[in-house]
Structure formats: C-alpha cells, structure tokens
Design a protein around this ligand. Structure first.
Ligand SMILES: *Cc1c(COP(=O)(O)O)cnc(C)c1O
Length: 414
C-alpha cells in the first residue's frame, strides 16, 4: 500500500469514528501531529473559561467565601470521585492532591507500616525513576529496608516472598508501553502476604483500569498526561476502603486532620480518604482538570481503548512496511493486549531522529538510551494523523535528515 492508499483508508475510518467529536474539544495547533499526550495532554478548550470563572468570580469576587460557596474545600475528594470512575474505583477511595511522587511516598509508607516485620519492597529496574527514587528514600524511615529491582517479569514473581511488604509497579512501562497483568500480579503479591501499589501514570485515561475488581490496595497517578489537566496538574492517589482505617501516612498536615479548623495542637487524622491530604489544595490547578473530566465522562473507556489499539496497530503496520535499512525496530509489544497507549521504536540515533521529527511537526519524545516514543491519545488523534506522522518519519529516514540535528542531550527536558 502507498501512503495515499493508507490516507484514503484513514480518512474513511475518521469519518466513522465514534470519538470524532472529541478532537474539537481540545486545542491542537493545525500544523502539528501531536503524539505527546502521554507526557503533556492537550489543552481542553473549556479549561480557559473554567479558569477565567475560577479566577474572576470564585477568587476575584467571592474571595475566601469560595472555600465553602464554590466547594473548594472538598475538591480533592469530589474530583477524586470523578477520576475514580475512570479507574474502576467506587467513590470515597480517590483523592486528588500533591504530585505523583509525593503520593507514592505517602502510600509506600502506609503499605510498609501495614506490614511490620517484612523488610522488602519489590519493584523493577525499568520502573519510572522517580518511583524507584521514592522507594530508595523510604530507607531513611525504614533502615532495614531492602529494595529489589527485578530485571524481568519472572524475577518480579520470584522476588515475592514472606519478607515482602510491598510490590510497587507502574502498570504501563514508560519506555516501551508494555502492559503488566495487574490482576495476576496483584493476586501473586497477595498470595505472598504483600500489599500492592500500582502507578497509573500511563494508564489513567489510556486504558480501562479495574482497581476494585483487581483487589488493588493502593494506586497513584498523574492528571497532566492522558487526563489533560495541564502542566503541574494535581496527581491522585487511591486507597482501598478496607485499608483506610488502619493505614496512616507521615505527612500529617492540617488538611488531613479530622477537624482542621478546630486548630487544636494535636494531630488527629481524618477518617476516610481525606486522611491522605496534607496541605491546602491547588484550587486553580483543578480548573483545567475539571474541564477535561467533563469531556472524559462522555467518552466510553472501551471505545477509547479500541481506538487506541487501532491507531497503534496502524502505526506499527506502516513502520513495518518501511525499508529495513532504516534500522528501526519495534520496542513495544506487538500484541495489543500487552501494550498501553503508545508505540516506541528503537534506533541508535533515536535522539537525533526525534529532533528531526519535532522540527517537522511530529511531536513525540526521546527516551534514553535509544527510544523514539509516540503517545496515542484517542480523544485528540485521527487515523489520518498517524498516516501523516509515518509519512514524515519515512522522509526523514530516507533522506537522512536527522543527521542535520546534533546530539545535544544536555537540554533540560527531552
Ligand atoms: C510521569 C510519571 C510520574 C511523574 O511524577 P511527578 O511526581 O508528577 O513528577 C511518576 N510516575 C510515572 C510512572 C510517570 O510516568
């Protein structure tokens, strides 16, 4: 098939796409093929008016009264319940607060404290660095802690034993998009008497998640990736209801107190998920997230997943059809059932190739050491975008255009 054939087919699929209406809800510059919604999701158009209202009316006019009249105080829980629906959690178990790293710190502490006498955290080497760093930081509070960074899925299972307090993994690998079997690994951890923490940074808004159904203990995740909450959008955490009474977290600030405005001098934790809050919620930063969730609530997750898989399969099929001499190899699982919502390709010059793609309006990420990564966000992408991306990818490889881009990996954000 030629690019023109692929494009004709893509245009037909876009016309029949049940999610075609969502793209116009977001701001996507015309000249870009934006394949980075897994790093920073696109701006929901309605976020602008939501923010204007929050600032001008709720803050500017109503000032401090808005903590009550605009329900600012309960936002972490009410917006948490809206995210809960996207990740298979019943109400009362998700709070929107802090960053993913800080939330991981809180739930790691909670899980370790619920398993006294066990010394091990099991994770994997390929986990997102911040997740490993936060686990390593726990050593300052639990001096005997051993952290197992497994190299393969079978090593993860082998490491689960009677000394394991916590299994903490990211469900979708940020480099390759490989999807763990949440249900099976959770069951195996439980069989060893351990608790599980799943990081849903590349799952929430990307794939269907069933936290309650899989009997998960704790989870954390981002809102600025697939959930389009904007840079620095507050993160979320999930604590299964059955743990909420016994679990404790060490960042015992006043917003997690049972009665913050009693201003008593002794900390008494709130009941329920509010116990996992610490300080004043970032109310302005909630506005884009709320605008985004208005859209997400109208998008059926099974439809989102079906389109995500179809976009990825098209991307992979088209790259497969490029000349082998380009030297690209698929880094993502070929089978959709084992893949999140991204496709990655390896190449020794991945960094320079991504620079060339970005210069040509195809926005993805380079991930060290040799990955070009493309996030697939079904609410903002068309099949035609995938064809256009691979068409430009082909031209860059065929003409060796990436050679014009030096390897300058020093830049702050890649
Ligand atoms: C993006 C990402 C994070 C980000 O953590 P922050 O504290 O929000 O910076 C954490 N974990 C994973 C797996 C991620 O992909």
């Amino acid at each position: 098939m030629t690019f023109d054939d692929f494009m004709q087919d893509a245009v037909k699929r876009d016309a029949a796409d049940p999610l075609a209406w969502t793209r116009a809800m977001f701001r996507i510059p015309d000249h870009l093929v934006y394949l980075d919604g897994n790093s920073l999701g696109a701006l929901p158009e309605a976020a602008l008016s939501k923010m204007q209202d929050r600032m001008a009316r709720e803050w500017g006019r109503d000032l401090i009264a808005s903590w009550n009249t605009a329900q600012w105080f309960t936002k972490p829980m009410t917006v948490g319940d809206r995210i809960a629906r996207l990740i298979g959690a019943a109400p009362g178990q998700v709070a929107v607060t802090d960053s993913t790293s800080i939330n991981l710190f809180k739930v790691l502490y909670a899980a370790l404290s619920l398993r006294p006498g066990r010394r091990k955290i099991v994770s994997e080497d390929g986990n997102f660095p911040s997740d490993l760093y936060m686990a390593q930081g726990m050593r300052q509070m639990f001096p005997d802690l051993e952290i197992v960074q497994a190299k393969t899925p079978s090593q993860i299972e082998q490491a689960l034993d009677g000394d394991t307090a916590v299994l903490t993994l990211t469900e979708v690998d940020f480099r390759t998009g490989r999807l763990h079997d949440m249900r099976s690994l959770t069951d195996k951890a439980h069989a060893a008497g351990a608790l599980v923490i799943w990081d849903l940074a590349h799952s929430a808004g990307a794939i269907p998640v069933d936290l309650d159904g899989c009997n998960v203990d704790f989870a954390v995740g981002c809102t600025y990736k697939y959930l389009n909450a904007g840079p620095g959008g507050p993160a979320f955490l999930y604590v299964a209801e059955r743990h909420q009474e016994a679990a404790s977290q060490p960042l015992t600030g006043w917003i997690g107190h049972a009665d913050p405005f009693a201003m008593s001098s002794a900390y008494v934790p709130a009941t329920g998920i509010r116990k996992f809050l610490t300080g004043t919620p970032s109310i302005l930063a909630f506005a884009p997230l709320e605008a985004s969730l208005d859209i997400w609530e109208k998008a059926d997750m099974a439809t989102v997943r079906a389109k995500s898989l179809a976009l990825a399969d098209l991307f992979i099929a088209m790259v497969d059809a490029l000349p082998k001499s380009y030297g690209l190899s698929l880094a993502s699982p070929r089978e959709g059932a084992h893949r999140g919502s991204q496709v990655s390709f390896r190449h020794p010059h991945a960094y320079r190739i991504m620079k060339a793609l970005i210069a040509d309006g195809v926005i993805g990420d380079f991930r060290a050491p040799d990955i070009t990564r493309f996030g697939l966000t079904p609410l903002t992408l068309r099949y035609a975008d995938i064809v256009e991306a691979v068409r430009r990818f082909d031209a860059i490889m065929r003409e060796d255009r990436w050679r014009a881009f030096p390897d300058e990996r020093g830049s702050a954000v890649t």
